[in-house]
Every structure is written in C-alpha cells, then in structure tokens.
Design a protein around this ligand. Structure first.
Ligand code: FES
Length: 107
C-alpha cells in the first residue's frame, strides 16, 4: 500500500469531526422541525370507522358462546373479529401481533 492511500491522523480527525458535526446538525434540525404537535405518529387504525371519535365494541359474556377470537391488529375485514389478517401484517412489518381469544374452560 502506498503512502498516498493512507489517511493521516489529521485527516481522520477532520473526517470524524465533520461526521459528528453533521449528525449533530441533523439531530437539531429533526428536533426543530419534528415537535410533538407537528410530527405525524403512525396510526393503529388505518381505515375502520374513521368518522367515529373512538371505536368501541362491547359484548355480553353470555352472548360470546364457547369461544370468540377478536382482532388486535386492526387489519381484519371482519373487525372486531380476527380473520387471520394479522399474519400478513406481521410478515410485512416484522410485527408480532395476534388475536385475543376468549373461550370457556373445558370441563
Ligand atoms: S386479523 Fe387482526 S389479530 Fe387476527
């Protein structure tokens, strides 16, 4: 390796300083632009009942029967019931969500 291919100590210090400075400026810009009220946070509910201020479902225990499977990923076409859409969601996002299963104890 020739001497022209190696970085001097001063060049390394300069490169590290510029990198750290650029990172610091980036963080400052991000914090300035992305304040709590201006940044959009990801939503769980993408399209269900968006005209309602809050989506709520209530069931009487007596009406559930022996078993009910409820969606917790918000991707089911049968919401609030699970239709298995969580599997695709998990595969696409690396998430690990699954349904809530309520069942009667086996006697
Ligand atoms: S489809 Fe949402 S948890 Fe199964």
């Amino acid at each position: 390796m020739s001497a022209s291919n190696t970085l001097s100590k001063a060049e390394i210090i300069t490169a590290v300083s510029v990198s750290v400075g650029a990172a610091a400026v980036g963080i400052l810009i991000y914090r300035t632009i992305c304040k709590k009220d201006t940044c959009v946070k990801p939503k769980v509910n993408l399209d269900l009942q968006k005209d309602n201020p809050k989506v709520v479902h209530a069931f009487d225990i007596e009406d559930i029967g022996d078993k009910a499977v409820y969606c917790r990923c918000w991707r089911s076409k049968k919401f609030p019931y699970c239709d298995g859409a969580h599997a695709k969601h998990n595969q696409e996002t690396g998430d690990n969500v699954g349904p809530l299963i309520i069942k009667r104890k086996e006697a």
